[in-house]
Write a protein that binds this ligand. Structure first.
Ligand code: G3H
Ligand code: 13P
Ligand code: ZN
Length: 327
């Protein structure tokens, strides 16, 4: 059975010093680009669905498309592609329950914006229901800067995870993995220019991740899988294409790949990527229309977009996450 929870994936990733890529999906081309990359690299995969993706595409469409990807891998490559289907940033027990009842194998309950006690209370409620149904749960402590789903979290409101809280939180909730805040941030504009320095070419260099916090969390939670949200690298070649062909993304900046590699070699078992997929697709479409203004068939511009996503995901699986060949 290729639709699995992340339990075994995380155990192997933790012991092997690599991480699993968790990619957000919204439509068929994105799902195909990611799963074709995972097939080519024999990599285990987490496909995650936000509340927004669920209302854009509908739960049943995304489920069936993911099931189709698994079937395609089996038929076309004879490969049992392990995929975990995960709810990203679930904001209520009811949403988590609906995804569990609808076939997801993993859910995130994100009450990181609430008090410590309220976060524990709701997370515990989700864990009880999920575990009764064979589903695993990711929770979050600490607040990322940037945009979390529909909620705007201002950069100055970001608060790093307090390592002294993590043991009690994990023990009292029974969660299976924990997202922590060590300086990553959602979206394609992760840091303001004022938070960065500039390199010789004038490109922004973001402040380094707080590896001291990650180390302390890992020391307090030995063997426990840690998750990083907001981990797109915002490749400058795509930003440049967007800006060259009529877009406007000045000073878009992401997390440097070498820092994500370092985190993957530590206790980080799941690395979330969404913005880079959007960026690759948008850059391709902008370039396509600039070069072929007469085109109006969606297949003509979605196909190169899907190929760009596949190439980018393959690069991440091999050079950032290190999970190629691990399926
Ligand atoms: O962390 C948030 C994800 O990137 C989901 O974004 O709500 O626009 O689907 P979305
Ligand atoms: P990015 O915006 O950096 O891709 O982060 C995605 C994410 O954390 C989804 O939950
Ligand atoms: Zn996130």
């Amino acid at each position: 059975m290729a639709i699995v929870t992340s339990k075994e994936m995380f155990e192997k990733a933790y012991n092997g010093g690599y991480a699993i890529g968790a990619f957000n999906v919204n439509n068929m081309e994105i799902i195909q680009g990611i799963t074709e990359a995972a097939m080519a690299q024999h990599a285990p995969l987490i496909l995650q669905v936000s509340k927004g993706a669920r209302s854009y595409a509908k739960h049943v469409y995304l489920m069936k498309l993911i099931e189709a990807a698994v079937e395609d891998a089996e038929q076309s490559a004879g490969f049992d592609l392990p995929i975990c289907i995960h709810l990203d940033h679930g904001d209520s027990f009811e949403l988590c329950k609906s995804c569990i009842d609808g076939g997801f194998t993993s859910v995130m309950i994100d009450k990181s914006g609430e008090s410590f006690e309220e976060n524990i209370r709701v997370t515990r409620q989700v864990v009880e229901y999920a575990h009764d149904h064979g589903v695993v749960v990711e929770a979050e402590l600490g607040t990322l800067a940037g945009v979390e789903d529909e909620v705007n979290v201002k950069a100055e409101d970001s608060s790093y995870t307090r390592p002294e809280d993590v043991q009690e939180f994990v023990e009292r909730t029974g969660c299976d993995s924990l997202a922590i805040a060590i300086g990553t941030s959602h979206g394609a504009f992760k840091f303001t220019a004022a938070q960065c320095t500039r390199d010789a070419n004038g490109k922004l260099v973001p402040p380094p991740l707080r590896f001291d916090i990650l180390e302390e969390v890992s020391r307090r939670l030995p063997g426990f899988p840690i998750v990083l949200h907001g981990s797109s690298s915002v490749p400058q070649e795509f930003v440049d294409i967007v800006n060259r062909y009529g877009g406007k993304m000045p000073d878009a900046v992401g997390i440097p790949e070498e820092q994500l590699r370092k985190a993957a070699a530590m206790s980080v078992c799941k690395i979330n990527i969404d913005s880079d997929l959007r960026l690759a697709l948008t850059a391709c479409i902008r370039q396509h229309f600039a070069e072929h203004p007469e085109h109006f068939d969606p297949r003509q511009y979605l196909k190169p977009g899907r190929e760009a996503i596949k190439a980018m995901v393959e690069h991440k699986l091999v050079h950032v996450l290190g999970c190629n060949g691990k399926a």
